[in-house]
Structures are given as structure tokens and as C-alpha cells.
Design a protein around this ligand. Sequence first.
Ligand code: 5GP
Ligand code: ZN
Length: 120
Amino acid sequence: THQHLSDDCIFCKIITGKIPSFQLMETDKSFAFMDIEPLSEGHTLVIPKYHAEFMHQLPDEYLQDVLPIAKKIAKAAKFDQYNVLQNNGPLANQAVPHVHFHVIQKPDANAGLSLSWKPM
Ligand code: 5GP
Ligand code: ZN
């Protein structure tokens, strides 16, 4: 069932449970979990259960499964203002080479968080 995953990818290992994560939800094609270094409260990552570095390498059926999950998370977490972001390649600030969509609630100024991540 995991024929599209890679043995040496941290996000593939999160999908299979070899690396623990705070899981929020999953479907047969996608997996959503909390970012380990949240930029603000509730910072979530939604990833396809298919190992691809870039979005353009992802089969449509996997790509199409991701956004409805980002939507459910934004609704369930009652995010009012937020970013949905997806980086492709190191020059575009991608650190983990497995396609992932960030769902980031508006930064809470009172938490003293600074956005080290820079949008393109
Ligand atoms: P990128 O810069 O590639 O778009 O974002 C990668 C994100 O993955 C970062 O926000 C980082 O905090 C998160 N991340 C990296 N390693 C792990 C991990 O092992 N577990 C979790 N939950 N998040 C991770
Ligand atoms: Zn992977």
C-alpha cells in the first residue's frame, strides 16, 4: 500500500508512523499533521501519500486530495485569517523534499513569533 513512498524521506516516514507526528487527519491519499516548528498556533502541514519533491511531479489525484483537507483544517481550527503555502525547491524555501502544503494561521503578535520563513 506504500509503493509510492520513499525509504529515506522524513515525511514518508511520518506517513508510515516510523517518525512520530501530531496527526490531525488522513485520507487514502493525504496526511495532515502539526508542523514541528510552528510559525503560529496551529501551523499544519498537508502532504500527499506519494513521494514527489515538486508539485508538478504529483499525479492529479493526489494533488486534488490535498486542498479539501487544508480547507477542513482551516474550518475545524476556526482559523479566521491564514496562509496556504507550498514551496518548490531550495531557492523557493523548500527544506523538506516531499511536497507539502502549509496552513498557517495569522501570526499572533502577543506570542512574540517572528516569521523567519519568507514568502516569495
Ligand atoms: P519547507 O520550508 O520545506 O516548506 O517547510 C518544511 C516544514 O517542515 C518546516 O516548517 C518544518 O518545521 C517542518 N518539519 C521539518 N521536519 C519535521 C518533522 O520531523 N516533523 C514535523 N512535524 N515537521 C517537520
Ligand atoms: Zn517522501
